[in-house]
Write a protein that binds this ligand. Structure first.
Ligand SMILES: Nc1nc2c(ncn2[C@@H]2O[C@H](COP(=O)(O)OP(=O)(O)O)[C@@H](O)[C@H]2O)c(=O)[nH]1
Ligand SMILES: [Mg+2]
Length: 193
């Protein structure tokens, strides 16, 4: 599939407040700083559609984008940032819980992990949650440009093993080079069929 148009719709502290429920949705999940906003910008070919930040833990809201006037792309708040208080963690859990229980048109979650690191306990929990709830997911390993080709393959194998999926189910992606973009768009298209 191709992205012809992409616009920002809204930022929500609570998903239950979203009035645009109805269109199919694709959500983007992953820890803070893994590259969620950069992926959205890359797929939409816009520099600042989703705000990126080198300071982890910035996106505390659910950001909604409208793509091709046909589906919503949902930038979920990141997890796993060490300096977050217990209260903030609880708020994150509430937001996510509410999102997944209300989002009846969710077609797939693009789950991001950093290609340089083994998935964290929270990454594993996210994947387990998606599996347990029969939510289809697209596994993307971000920041592929930071590793050599040989290192990438090794890393992808290790990540796959940890998440109990097959290495070929992981798409390597780089926001810098655009590598992996077509493969991700193809999977989004399939999820929306
Ligand atoms: N080298 C490289 N840096 C990336 C990539 N994706 C994101 N980043 C950087 O990682 C930081 C966090 O990215 P962001 O998209 O804001 O992450 P988010 O918190 O998951 O939304 C920013 O400094 C980005 O420029 C990538 O594919 N390659
Ligand atoms: Mg972000």
């Amino acid at each position: 599939m191709n992205i012809q148009s992409a616009t920002f719709v809204t930022s929500l502290p609570r998903y239950g407040d979203f009035p645009g429920i109805g269109l199919p949705q694709i959500a983007v999940a992953g820890k803070s700083n893994v590259g969620k906003s950069s992926l959205i910008n890359g797929l939409c070919r816009q520099k600042n559609l989703a705000k990126t930040s080198s300071t982890p833990g910035k996106t505390r809201l659910i950001n909604v984008f409208l793509l091709n006037n046909a589906f919503h792309l949902i930038d979920l708040p990141g997890y796993g940032y060490a300096k977050v208080s217990k209260k903030e963690k609880a708020t994150w859990g509430q937001m996510m819980g509410e999102y997944f229980s209300f989002s009846q048109t969710l077609k797939s979650v693009i789950q991001l992990v950093d290609i340089r690191h083994l998935p964290s306990k929270e990454d594993e929990e996210m994947v387990q949650f998606l599996r347990a709830n029969d939510i289809p997911f697209i596994l993307v390993a971000t920041k592929a440009d930071k590793l050599s080709r040989a290192q990438r393959q090794r890393s992808v194998n290790d990540i796959a093993h940890k998440l109990i999926i097959q290495p070929w189910e992981i798409t390597s992606w780089s926001a810098q080079t655009g590598e992996g973009k077509d493969a991700i768009l193809q999977q989004i298209g399939k999820a929306l069929e």
